[in-house]
Structure formats: structure tokens, C-alpha cells
Design a protein around this ligand. Structure first.
Ligand code: WTA
Length: 618
């Protein structure tokens, strides 16, 4: 147990977790009404929440615009000239946006999109690296009521195509290239390939950063800068209904195609605001660094929307943690006086491996709070982070949540005693528990499933065009709880430890990768007959992908083929989905109905007992 200095509890907005939790339980609607009242609404709501299992509506009848809360609310008040974004690019490039500057750019981009015929409800796909234009583009969509779907710029052409066509995007916003580790990675060819079968796309907006400038295809490809320069200055914030979609973000599915998680404007705004203010405790003088790429949910909620809603200062960077050397992130912390540092366990483990001499070269005394998200923070990594980065004074927030939940759900609130290995307790506003497969409570210390019993404001509105898939989430056990698909244990004191996924999703270096997507990419190669992918525990990345491949008759097993298959997956899906290990096999364990039993492969791989194999077809 780690006890933070009492000053943390005093300065946190929540002094008494139990008291606030109790306030929430007594009257959930009053609790959320109080939070939502901090924000500006064009039209008030009729009801805080309407719950018709499994569908919930939040702040029904209300009208709002999230950008009005992220921008005008500050620009028309004391934060007009406050830094909204510090951006640090490789080679010492720096860009700074005050709230007023961001506001102006967002309005111009909003008008530019409108000039291309984008209307409320239209989908816009954003495929950009972590640069300020990504923030501007997201907010510009929200400004005019368009629905953004951001695709992480590390995804390959097939993955991008699936997301563009899945969402039916009208416009794609991208860049010629992204900068990485002293070089550049071309993005335009990936987009070109992804657009081959993407009939809904009418225009592509391209930010050209490189010289000589890449050529543009007449009438189809437009220059980002030119477009924004020609656009009108003032852009009215469109009044959207609380239940209108704000964005779609794709996450891996257990079968087939990725799922488009839809978040609605009003509830998402309230959830992002509440947790950034009360859980992350982001305050006026903080310089806050969330290291997640804006293309993931963490980047959406805690890299952009949450901090802008509370009027915070965001630090955003394109530096990878090890280039030009392993001290770069700590140098940035020192240079910008970062106070809150929110990262992923895989990054922490990488820093551990590189050695504490790197952070020790820099002055990290500005830090006051550390955070972790994406996968379990193992006790060794917790202790290292606590000692060498937080200097045994900063509390660590290990936050459990998901793309689908939109906001933090389980953590140890700032100021409370921390247990390494345990994320913590449900935050006030969230009713989460660990149950058996029937949904019944289980004894402390026994493994079960993390389930959520009641709706919360930033819960996903739906799965895009797939209500059946949405319903599956809210059908756990006999009470129809929301299933997180995570295994968990709760101890005597109510602290929850996460044990990993119970489904076919692999968390690799904190990123969700679906076995189905990797398998289908492998099978699309002419040499492959069948494939299976599993997650294999790895001390650095949490898991690595291991693939088992059955080749077609007559195809020879060569080391070159292994290389080719990995490359094939890389081109289709992007580097995060590439199997680190690939074995050729003659058969795969299957159920009698022909479903691959990945569990059996995994047990074998790890030298463990495969458990119940009664359904295995011998
Ligand atoms: C895992 C990321 C343990 C979990 C915000 C979850 C975690 C999945 C934690 C969601 C944590 C996230 N401890 N596991 N603190 N945070 N996970 O949708 O398996 O990218 O279901 O959202 O990441 O990943 P997603």
C-alpha cells in the first residue's frame, strides 16, 4: 500500500470518496445534473437520463455544441490568451496555440468543410498524425455538427479503407507524410490505396508539409492551407441535440470487421468534463501531457476534449520516447514544466529497460501527478514509475476504461491509498463490480468478470449501424449488465485488479488488436490456407502477437515467406498488427463446429494445461 501525502487529498476536488459516492447513489440524476450545470447548453434538457435497457439517452431534448464549451467558454472569459496547446515537434520545432488562436482556426476549418458541402450528421474521416491540425479538424467537425472518425495514422490501407467505408465518410482529411524518428513516413500513398473502393468519399483534404510539394489530383484533392485561407472567419456553432453523434471511433472486434463505437454529444461532453476535472484533477496552472495518440480514445477524451472543456493547457508532441535518445520525454517534461503526465504501462516498462539514468539527467520536479492507462500496470512498473519519475511524491492514477465507456470508470482517486497491481474502485457515478458468468456477486479474491450495472453519461450511444452488436454489450449474465470483456478480481477492500481480456482481443503495447483482423489479413495472402493468432505474454509490450499458419498445398515453408507474410499484414493493417512470431503448422485445434480454439494454442504455447477441451475436435 502506498499512502500519498495528505496535501494531495486536501487539494483534490474530491476530499471524501465515500461521501461523493454516497451522494451519487442517493440520487444519480441530481449528481449528473450538478456536473452538467457547469457547462453551457443552448437549450436545457427535459430529463437527465432515460434508461430503457439497453438503450440510454442522456440530457434528452438539450441542445449544445461541445466546441462552444471548449472554446467560447474560455475565449469570452479569462482564458482568451491562455495557452491551449504547446506542440513540440522533432528537431526542436515548436507551435503554440492560445485559446483564441485555436478558436479562430477551428472556425475557419469549419467553414472550409461547409464550403465542400459537409452538413450536420455527415461523416468526416481524419487520418493525421498527432499535430495541431488534427485537433483543429476534430473540433471543426464538431463545430458544424459533422461526425468525425479519426483513424490512427499508423494503420495500413486495408484498415483505413474499412473505417472509411464503414462510416461512409464524405471527406478525408490527411497529410502528405508524418514525421517519425528523424525521418518521414508517407501517408498519401496509403490513402490513395485505401480510396480505391471507397465510393462515398467526395474530396480529400491534404496538409502538405514537405518540399517539393506533392502534386494534387484536380477537383478531388485539395490543399489544407489554401482551403483554410480562403474560408470565412466566423463560423456559428451548430446547435446539436444531446443525442446526436459527436464521433465514431473504431475498435477491434472479436469477429470480422472492427466496430464503430458511436459517442453522443451531450453525455460524452459531461463524462469527459467530469473525469478530467475530478479524476485527473486538471487545474488552471497545469501543463498536462497525455502521451496517447489523438487517434485513440485516450487521445480523444483526455488528450483533447476533456482538457479543453476544463480550460487546461495541453502538451502534445510527435517525439517517440527513444529518439533522438531515451531522455527526450524527460527533457520535454523539464522544458515545458509538465505537471501531469498520463501514459501507458508499455511505455513505462520500456523506460525501465532503458534505465533510470535517463530520467535522472533531468529536473522532473514540476510533476505533481502520474497516470496510466491501456493495460494492467504491473507492480514492478508501478514502483519504478513512482520512484524514478514521481520521486516518491506523485500519486499514480491507474485508470481502467474503454473506447466504449468514453471516460474513466475504475481508478484510485488522487489522495487515496494506492495498491500496486490494482486499478482501484469505481469512480463516483459508476456502478461497476466483479461477478461470475451468471452475473452473481462472487467472493473477494476470486476471478470473475468486470461488469457495469447502470448507465453513465459517456457510455457509447451505439455501435454504428449494428444495434445487435450493441445489445450484446448489455447482455451479460441474467441481469443484462454491461460486459467489459475483462477478467478481474476484487479484494476485501473493494479494490479491483484487472487480469486481461476474456475475449479474442489482444492488447499489444496498450493497443487493441482483434485476432479476427490479423487472421483474415494472413488468409488473404495467396500462400495461406488457414491462420490463427493469439496474444503471448511479453515483459515489455504486455502481449505480442503470435500467428500459426497452415500453408496451401505445395507451398514451401521458407524464412522468406515468414518475412513476406509479416510484411503483408503490415501493409494491410499497419505495424501494430504485425505478428512478432509466426509458426507454420499442419493443423489448428478446432471445435467440432470448426471454431479455432485459441485458448488451446495459447496454453500450449505457454506450457500450461489447456483446461476444458471437451469441445475439441480431435
Ligand atoms: C484494457 C483504452 C488494465 C482493458 C482506454 C480494456 C486496462 C481495454 C486498463 C480497452 C487498466 C485499459 N488496467 N487494463 N488501467 N485500461 N485496459 O478501448 O482490457 O483502447 O478492456 O481503451 O484496455 O482498450 P481501449
Amino acid at each position: 500500500m502506498y499512502y500519498p501525502d495528505p496535501c494531495y487529498r486536501e487539494s483534490a476536488l474530491i476530499h471524501d470518496y465515500n461521501e461523493l459516492y454516497h451522494e451519487f447513489e442517493k440520487d444519480p440524476d441530481a449528481f449528473w445534473r450538478r456536473i452538467a450545470s457547469d457547462l453551457l447548453w443552448f437549450k436545457p434538457w427535459d430529463k437527465v437520463r432515460v434508461w430503457e435497457h439497453p438503450h440510454a439517452s442522456w440530457f434528452t431534448g438539450a441542445e449544445l455544441n461541445i466546441t462552444y464549451n471548449c472554446l467560447e467558454r474560455h475565449v469570452n472569459n479569462d482564458r482568451r490568451n491562455k495557452v491551449a496547446i504547446f506542440w513540440a515537434g522533432e528537431n526542436g520545432r515548436e507551435r503554440i496555440f492560445t485559446y483564441y488562436q485555436l478558436y479562430k482556426d477551428v472556425m475557419r476549418m469549419g467553414n472550409a468543410l461547409k464550403s465542400l458541402g459537409v452538413q450536420k450528421g455527415d461523416r468526416v474521416c481524419i487520418y493525421l498524425p498527432g499535430i495541431p491540425e488534427l485537433v483543429v479538424s476534430m473540433l471543426a467537425c464538431a463545430r458544424i455538427g459533422a461526425v468525425h472518425t479519426v483513424v490512427f495514422a499508423g494503420y495500413g490501407a486495408k484498415a483505413l479503407n474499412e473505417r472509411i467505408t464503414g462510416a461512409g465518410a464524405k471527406i478525408v482529411i490527411t497529410a502528405d507524410a508524418s514525421v517519425r524518428r528523424g525521418g518521414s513516413i508517407p501517408l498519401k500513398p496509403i490513402v490513395e490505396e485505401a480510396l480505391i473502393h471507397a465510393p462515398t468519399v467526395e474530396k480529400v483534404i491534404i496538409l502538405r508539409t514537405q518540399e517539393p510539394k506533392v502534386g494534387l489530383l484536380d477537383d478531388f484533392e485539395l490543399d489544407y492551407e489554401e482551403l483554410i485561407n480562403q474560408a470565412d472567419r466566423y463560423c456559428e456553432p451548430v446547435h446539436v441535440n444531446s443525442e446526436d453523434p459527436l464521433f465514431i471511433l473504431y475498435t477491434s472486434g472479436t469477429t470480422g470487421a472492427p466496430k464503430g463505437i458511436v459517442h453522443a454529444a451531450g453525455g460524452y461532453m459531461v463524462g469527459a468534463y467530469y473525469t478530467t476535472k475530478y479524476v485527473l484533477t486538471l487545474r488552471e496552472n497545469d501543463v498536462y501531457w497525455c502521451t496517447a495518440d489523438p487517434g485513440w480514445i485516450t487521445g480523444h477524451t483526455y488528450g483533447i476534449y476533456g482538457p479543453l472543456l476544463v480550460g487546461g493547457t495541453i502538451f502534445l508532441s510527435e517525439y517517440t520516447p527513444d529518439y533522438p535518445d531515451a531522455g527526450i520525454w524527460w527533457k520535454l517534461v523539464e522544458d515545458y514544466g509538465v505537471t501531469i503526465f498520463y501514459t501507458a504501462p508499455t511505455a513505462i516498462r520500456m523506460f525501465m529497460r532503458m534505465g533510470e539514468e535517463w530520467p535522472q539527467k533531468y529536473d522532473l520536479s514540476s510533476l505533481r501527478l502520474l497516470g496510466s492507462v491501456g493495460e494492467p500496470l504491473n507492480p514492478e512498473a508501478f514502483e519504478w514509475f513512482y520512484k524514478y519519475i514521481g520521486k516518491e511524491k506523485c500519486p499514480i492514477l491507474d485508470t481502467w476504461w474503454q473506447t466504449e465507456t468514453g471516460m474513466h470508470m475504475v481508478t484510485t482517486m488522487v489522495g487515496l491509498p494506492m495498491k500496486p497491481g490494482f486499478a482501484g474502485k469505481p469512480i463516483p457515478g459508476v456502478v461497476a463490480t466483479v461477478v461470475d458468468e451468471r452475473g452473481e456477486p462472487i467472493l473477494p479474491g476470486t476471478t470473475g468478470y468486470l461488469a457495469i450495472k447502470e448507465p453513465w453519461p459517456s457510455m457509447m450511444k451505439g455501435v454504428y449501424q449494428n444495434d445487435e452488436r450493441y445489445r450484446q454489450y448489455w447482455s451479460f449474465g441474467k441481469y443484462g449488465y454491461y460486459s467489459s470483456n475483462d477478467l478481474a478480481v476484487m479484494d476485501e477492500e473493494g479494490y479491483i485488479m484487472l487480469l486481461g481480456r476474456s475475449d479474442d482481443i489482444i492488447i499489444v503495447a496498450g493497443h487493441n488488436v482483434g485476432t479476427a483482423e490479423i487472421e483474415s489479413a494472413l488468409v488473404s495472402h495467396s500462400a495461406v490456407a488457414e491462420a490463427a493468432a493469439i496474444g503471448k505474454p511479453d515483459p515489455l509490450k504486455g502481449n505480442i502477437i503470435k500467428a500459426f499458419v497452415i500453408l496451401r498445398n505445395g507451398v514451401e515453408q521458407t524464412p522468406k515467406l515468414i518475412h513476406d507474410l509479416k510484411y503483408h499484414v503490415r501493409i494491410m493493417l499497419g505495424p501494430i498488427s504485425v505478428p512478432a512470431e509466426l509458426d507454420f503448422v499442419d493443423n489448428l485445434p478446432k471445435t467440432r463446429s470448426g471454431k479455432i480454439m485459441r485458448r488451446v494454442l495459447k496454453a500450449k504455447e505457454m506450457g500450461m494445461d489447456p483446461g476444458d477441451i471437451s469441445t475439441l475436435d480431435e
